[in-house]
Design a protein around this ligand. Sequence first.
Ligand code: 13P
Length: 293
Amino acid sequence: MPLVSAEKFVQAARENGYAVGGFNTNNLEWTQAILRAAEAKQAPVLIQTSMGAAKYMGGYKTARNLIANLVESMNITVPVAIHLDHGHYEDSLECIEVGYTSIMFDGSHLPVEENLEKAREVVELAHAKGISVEAEVGTIGGEEDGIVGKGELAPIEDAVAMVATGIDFLAAGIGNIHGPYPANWEGLDLDHLKKLAEAVPGFPIVLHGGSGIPDDQIQEAIKLGVAKVNVNTEGQIAFTEASLKFAAEYAANKADYDAKKLFDPRKFLAPGIKAVQEAVEERIDVFGSAGKA
Ligand code: 13P
């Protein structure tokens, strides 16, 4: 299936009470793992690059082409959107240019009026090319590639104004945080989510910081209006833990593993990448998007 923009499958998720995963990628192998998981689960998926990850991968054009070419060469049949995660204004424009099919313009660090104004501009440019747009109001706590927020509940009136700009899905803080959750985290504010969802009826809401939120809270949030859940840290931790385990095995059996040429990165990275695929499949099941392609 060719690449698609995300608004139709995110809206379908909202209407039918499940969520799709927005999974962050970092490199070629990571992208393959997410695509294999989505295909195995027959789930629509967004593969997203943060600004930093795209830079790491050689720039937006390289990242976009790598994902697009893998979708083709792996004969992926499920809907896949290539999404910019937390993009500044200029980065959003560049991604529209180079062929991303979905953009998150993150103007949450700007004054509200400017955030809304820039979102309107991004919507106009993106929609002219059939590209879906996510935008954020308030800030989402934690650190995501240098965008730092102290975490807050998104003001409802800002959410309503942002939806009116014509965006396709809305990121709004409900007590969620990027990265690992601290031990004293109080959990999602589902009452606030309920108020948000009532203020923008039927509109898809995006839950950022999806890693480490208890499954029951994620599923409650989906019932209330979340239709896309972003996951980055969980894949990274799965990769690192499996890699550390394999490295320890390697160290304990060095002569044998050397003889088997397991120093080849294609073999050395395999356990970590398999763990990423398993983590993505497991998340897809929890979000309810398996079989929804
Ligand atoms: P986590 O790294 O906490 O999963 O958050 C990912 C995210 O929200 C990307 O925008």
